[in-house]
Write a protein that binds this ligand. Structure first.
Ligand code: NA7
Length: 526
């Protein structure tokens, strides 16, 4: 609302998703500008604060969409966030004006804002990836990308449905569609090493214990871990256990701890033999659930197509059983690639024409960097960030900002722990870091902060070094941009874990914002 009335903002947050909703933001804007009393300190309220969880009860371990929406409404009401948000406003471009040291931000609805600081909370999956199959737009039936799934009106019951892609979204669509579709055809490129979700209700006794005892401890513990979720490494390396001990340990993790099971043994991500043990355990579990031997080999191959865990394992419920149904067909795109989309369906290289009423593109995102590079953001040399990242590769400093783009931050963006980390733990730290930085600048009367090219280059080198010590590059994954044809394959995620990331960001501050150039001016009232 302030933005509509006043052009000269101090902080403009783009995005009202997970990152944008981190409470410091909205109120910080108003606080800085309107001089409302209260002090910034009290505004630094992370979502793990008691105010948000004390009178909220989760019903399930993995809550569904409606419950999540209700939770967002609850947080909004508790922290009074909506009043600071302009909804339905797509930011199309931003240019840094060096003479005023402000960003000139343009939006699709013609509104312009001139914030001192631009904070891109655009998430890591805001740009869907559409495959460039010839004829895609000629399909006459209903076609949906999973990232643009309509809230209402999708008819799947009794229909001939084709699903391209078996990532997290594909798994969900497939397991829900198989029981109701007339026929379901799944086009698989890489098998998903999906793990049992182990969904269950959260009991009232658990809720009480969480609130009275465990939440604060869990929230503190997260920042000490690799993945930002409560988990503890098992002291003994898997390879040092007897085969019986190994099996019973993996069985216990399988039943109780889902995806994070693999990180109980950090060496899974770097040691091939440990990795193979875990893959074989997963494979044998999954194969028991699939009746047709050919289907078994497609979904859980004897030999791992890539190391376990270095490409995102989805959580599944009934996924593998879907392929036992007579109405479900699997097309292996390595054997028979898609040639084209036709008005009636999909044509594959073996000459088959698969006809569909509904075609689902579960083909993922131009992840991590795409959310930012799709916006026309021009820094000090007036070049769009997408062009710079396209030409010389993605470059950031601390995974939070980059050289040539002063006064700009992007929590939950590329080259931070983003994609391999529990969202809130990473975000809460990053947002606090940015707010602390703004407060530091205000105290010292700085109006401009910019990462140096040297600091950016060192960060990129560090990210690559960390990634190359693991098995990461052995899979083609969106963690490295390998899912989008033509995108440069490089480390787009900080794979060193949240605890190390936090340490590095803190060291930067302790060294007086090392790697940044700060300058001051009388023009700001910051
Ligand atoms: P993902 O996990 O990137 O999955 C995309 C899937 O689509 C994956 O199976 C891809 O195969 C497949 N894909 C991508 N392009 C093609 C083409 N051209 N032809 C055939 N198949 C293709 O996206 P999701 O939406 O499922 O999930 C994204 C993340 O968002 C998820 O991990 C959550 O964290 C939230 P591939 O594996 O590349 O061979």
């Amino acid at each position: 609302e302030y933005a509509t009335k006043h052009n000269d903002l101090d902080v403009l947050i783009v995005g009202a998703g997970f990152s944008g909703w981190q409470p410091p933001w909205g109120h910080l804007v108003l606080e800085l500008l309107s001089g409302r009393p209260g002090g910034l300190g009290v505004l630094l309220v992370p979502l793990s604060t008691e105010e948000v969880w004390k009178d909220w009860a989760w019903s399930e371990r993995f809550p569904g969409r409606d419950e999540l929406m209700a939770y967002f409404e609850h947080v909004d009401k508790k922290l009074d966030l909506s009043r600071d948000i302009n909804f339905d406003t797509r930011v199309t471009g931003a240019t840094f004006d060096a003479s005023t040291e402000r960003w000139i931000v343009s939006t699709q609805n013609g509104r312009t804002a001139r914030p001192r600081f631009l904070v891109l909370c655009t998430g890591y999956a805001a740009k869907p990836f559409f495959p460039d199959y010839p004829g895609l737009s000629s399909f006459q039936g209903a076609i949906y990308h999973t990232a643009r799934w309509p809230q209402k009106g999708v008819e799947l019951a009794g229909k001939r449905v084709g699903v391209i892609g078996t990532g997290a979204s594909g798994v969900q669509v497939i397991q829900e569609t198989a029981p109701i579709a007339g026929h379901l055809t799944v086009f698989q490129r890489t098998p998903n090493m999906a793990l049992p979700m182990n969904q269950r209700k959260v009991t009232e006794t658990e809720q009480v214990q969480l609130k009275e005892e465990l939440y604060p401890i869990i929230f503190r513990r997260r920042t000490q871990t690799f993945t930002g979720v409560q988990s503890s490494p098992i002291g003994t390396p898997l390879l040092e256990m007897t085969p019986e001990e190994q099996h019973l340990m993996l069985e216990d993790l399988w039943v109780h701890r889902t995806f994070w099971a693999l990180l109980a043994f950090p060496e899974v991500l770097s040691n091939e033999r440990t990795n193979a043990l875990v893959y074989n355990f997963w494979r044998d579990k999954v194969r028991k659930r699939i009746t047709d031997p050919r289907m078994r080999e497609k979904l859980a191959p004897e030999t791992a197509p890539h190391p376990f865990g270095v490409k995102r394992s989805s959580l599944e419920q009934r996924y593998f059983e879907a392929f036992n149904q007579p109405n479900v067909t699997l097309v292996d795109l390595h054997e028979t690639p898609i040639l084209a989309i036709t008005p009636t369906g999909v044509k594959t290289e073996d000459g088959m024409e698969h006809t569909f009423d509904v075609l689902v593109l579960a083909t993922g995102f131009d992840a991590l960097s795409g959310s930012i590079s799709q916006i026309n953001i021009r820094g000090t040399d007036n070049t769009p960030i997408g062009e710079i990242w396209g030409n010389k590769g993605v470059g950031t400093y601390l995974g939070l900002t980059c050289a040539g783009y002063p006064n700009m931050f992007f929590p939950y963006g590329p080259q931070a722990p983003t994609a391999f980390c529990g969202n809130p733990a990473c975000l809460e730290f990053q947002c606090d870091w940015v707010v602390d930085c703004l407060m530091y600048m205000r105290t010292h009367k700085y109006t401009r902060i910019e990462a140096t090219p040297e600091a950016e280059a060192a960060w990129v080198a560090r990210i690559e070094e960390i990634a190359s010590t693991g098995l990461w590059y052995r899979a083609k994954s969106w963690y490295f941009g390998a899912n989008v044809p033509g995108k440069r394959v490089a480390a787009l995620n900080f794979m060193g874990g949240l605890a190390l990331y936090i340490q590095l960001c803190r060291e930067c501050v302790e060294d007086g914002y090392a790697g940044f150039v700060l300058s001051g001016g009388v023009r700001s009232h910051l």
